[in-house]
Design a protein around this ligand. Sequence first.
Ligand code: AVJ
Length: 324
Amino acid sequence: MLTTTEGLFEVRPLARESRAEFLEDVLCGLARAQKELPCKWLYDARGSALFERICQLEEYYPTRVELAIMEHHAREMAALLGPDCALVEYGSGSSLKTRLLLQHLRPAAYVPVDISGPALTEASDRLARAFPQLPVLPVCGDFTKPLLLPLDGVAAGRRCVYFPGSTIGNFHKPEMVGFLASVARQCGPGGGLLLGVDLRKERDVLERAYDDAQGVTASFDLNVLVRANRELGADFRLDSFRHEARWDERQGRMEMHLVSTREQTVHVGGEAFRFDEGESIWTESSYKYDLREFAVLAALAGWRSESVWTDHRAWFSVQYLTCA
Ligand code: AVJ
């Protein structure tokens, strides 16, 4: 098949626009009463590499548990997706879980979508080599915005979206419903969605998963400041912020925060931002669902739950939904 580097779609527009968009998000986010940054900026080349290390941590159960669910049920999942589907994956990263599906599935095309160009190129090249018959059509882009998919010339059956890793949990609930509705429009009636959804569990398991002993998650979180310094000329002092993981029981979400360890002023793009000691930048939310609540929200977006697979402790779920 075509070499994936040639197949790279939308790499340049993203690179050109993303610095301006990053600057805008930093300036707007730091101007708020609760300072915040969208979590997508965590994923540059270094951030994606740190995330891969998180996935191998003992404390970070989601990857391990989801992989085990996939290993047990990939054949059945592939049968539900059906041969000849066009398989689109959002936030494909290393495409590791996708391999389990591809061992049982021959899609007409595989379209990995990721915001990190280096991670996408490497994963796509490796996948194209492992599955030489598979057309791999990578798209470097931000899946939270409308995207053009390179599927016009592809003779495929139905369109299916694979969205593993519980990345869906990084949306707040209204945005999550909006996103699922836009995926439903992308797929059309009869389309399929294979989704990883993390579930509610005890606080200490969650807190350890988002604040590991080795500090890999802390480095991942702080990397957004490293990136702002490098790409935007900001002057964040890395030794004056620390990573914190917080569980909000009522909202059912883990939050990552970068907490200022002293009173300080940070400069970005000609503007100054004051921090009190203990004041934080909220960098990520990761919602943990209850299966019934999730099905209700998905239904609001036009998706019907067909199958749900979980592990024996019901820590994580992989779900197959169809577009009504
Ligand atoms: C991107 C959804 C897989 O929210 O759990 C890992 C990112 N953040 N550790 C998550 C993340 C902190 C992760 N996902």
